[in-house]
Design a protein around this ligand. Structure first.
Ligand SMILES: [Zn+2]
Ligand SMILES: [Zn+2]
Length: 186
């Protein structure tokens, strides 16, 4: 698939039937995303459409790509797919306080910007920037390679997913234990 050429898009040049945006985005063009993960090794494939809908533009479509994250528990790396569906509304006039809700075909006026609202000041959409913002939000705060990851042994550092080291585990301070101890001492 060809490299996606578009990076900055002038919204007033989007044709009435919409603009197809299909291609791959090389890791080198996704610097902020690459900096936030362990590694970004492969291009991200997108098949998107940008279309005017009432006062805003909708950027929708599918995404195929993944980032490599480091597990916070065992320090191993694992692949995390990017969300496969994209749905963003792009506002060419972010200073306006009111705009029509695109899902209501202009019938309803809403006061606040939707969470997934992307601003396009001066009518210019920074496509790569908007995609990076969206993907950065999708990265978990505490990456975990698997639901049952046992992490590293705090005593000897062995990866407990791979081997049992048999170390006596330090007990965690538990407020209930302290209470129980106080009761006993009474
Ligand atoms: Zn892990
Ligand atoms: Zn150990």
């Amino acid at each position: 698939m060809r490299e996606l050429r578009e990076s900055i898009i002038r919204l007033d040049q989007v044709p009435a039937e919409g603009l197809g945006l299909k291609g791959v985005i090389a890791p080198a063009r996704l610097e902020r995303l690459a900096a936030a993960v362990a590694s970004l090794d492969r291009p991200v494939e997108v098949d998107l459409r940008l279309q005017r809908e009432s006062d805003v533009y909708l950027l929708t479509g599918s995404v195929h790509g993944s980032v490599t994250l480091e597990c916070e528990y065992c320090r191993g790396t694992f692949e995390q797919p990017l969300p496969q569906r994209l749905f963003l509304s792009v506002d060419p006039n972010p200073e306006r306080a009111l705009y029509r809700d695109p899902s209501q075909k202009g019938e309803v006026w809403v006061m606040e910007h939707a969470d997934e609202q992307v601003e396009a000041p001066e009518g210019e959409l920074d496509l790569i920037g908007a995609l990076e913002d969206e993907w950065l939000l999708a990265i978990p705060h505490s990456p975990r390679c698997a639901e049952g990851c046992k992490g590293l042994c705090p005593v000897c550092g062995t990866n407990r997913n791979e081997a049992e080291c048999g170390c006596a585990q330090p007990r965690r301070e538990n407020p209930f234990d302290i209470l129980a101890q106080l009761k006993k001492d009474e």
